[in-house]
Design a protein. Structure first.
Length: 274
């Protein structure tokens, strides 16, 4: 397993790559939607890589990273002097018990180019290739009182008005599907039942069936969707792409939320650069 973290201005991302003894590869990009240092991003990559390995049933693992600090700390060669870093180390100790053998090795950055690319896809919020798994992390893995999870800053900084929802639109659907919650009979119950037919819950995440391709799109909050549209728009603003084009790119990247078209129209109409 190879892992890496990256910072891009105020955004952080991470990447994880698994290579089996037969050469098969699994690639993951992590979007860190909270304030994180470079070391924290590295630890998030390592911890989530270990968790994925546990989920896959891997019992023998070699983990490679290009951060000498992280490798020395998890190998207990250096002490974790800061409280935040110590919390990450303690989490890794818990995960170690789930493996028969687990080794951490430092490699030069030049030998970790693939990980550098994956982590920067996350930090730059770039469009991720279909063959790569994407996961958005809204809060740190460990509790850090000094740096509480922050809500991602949205696009109003460029003069955009955003239509916001009072609650997370995914909650009632997840509750209906996963917990079989009984709602009062009537139009609202029927409406929610019909709507839920287009969705499926995997773990704690909600996915929507794509009507065109039949693939699953990960459902995200409106705040996350607005930020995604903003990043796409900033990358193609010179072409004056329309709202439908922005939404199409977001959906093809594997994400979905119900107010996407409205949010895209707000961005294209009110962006001061257009």
């Amino acid at each position: 397993m190879y892992f890496d973290g990256a910072l891009n201005r105020d955004r952080a991302g991470a990447g994880v790559l698994f290579i089996s003894p037969k050469g098969e590869q699994l690639k993951y990009v992590l979007l860190l939607l909270f304030k994180a240092t470079n070391n924290a991003a590295e630890y998030e990559a390592l911890i989530h890589g270990l968790r994925i390995a546990v989920t896959l049933g891997i019992k023998h693992l070699l983990a490679y990273g290009d951060s000498k600090v992280i490798i020395r700390q998890v190998n207990k060669d250096w002490e974790c002097t800061k409280e935040k870093i110590d919390a990450y180390c303690q989490e890794i100790r818990k995960l170690e018990a789930k493996f028969y053998s687990l080794e951490f090795h430092h490699i030069p950055r030049d030998n970790n180019v693939a990980m550098d690319i994956l982590s920067k896809l996350g930090s730059k919020r770039s469009i991720v290739p279909p063959s790569v798994f994407v996961q958005a992390l809204n809060s740190p893995t460990v509790k850090m009182e000094e740096e509480p999870p922050t809500k991602p800053d949205l696009v109003p900084a460029i003069g955009q008005l955003v239509l916001t929802l009072d609650t997370d639109w995914r909650s009632p659907i997840i509750d209906f599907i996963k917990n079989n919650k009984i709602y009062p009979k009537g139009k609202e119950h029927e409406k929610l039942a019909r709507r839920s037919n287009n969705y499926v819950v995997i773990g704690a995440e909600l996915f929507r069936h794509s009507a065109s391709s039949g693939t699953l799109c990960k459902c995200i909050s409106q705040d996350e969707g607005v930020r995604l549209l903003s990043d796409i728009h900033l990358g193609i603003c010179g072409n004056h792409a329309g709202a439908s084009t922005l939404v199409g790119k977001a959906f093809r990247s594997g994400f979905y939320w119900p107010t996407a078209l409205v949010d895209a129209r707000n961005i294209t109409r009110r962006c001061l650069g257009c």
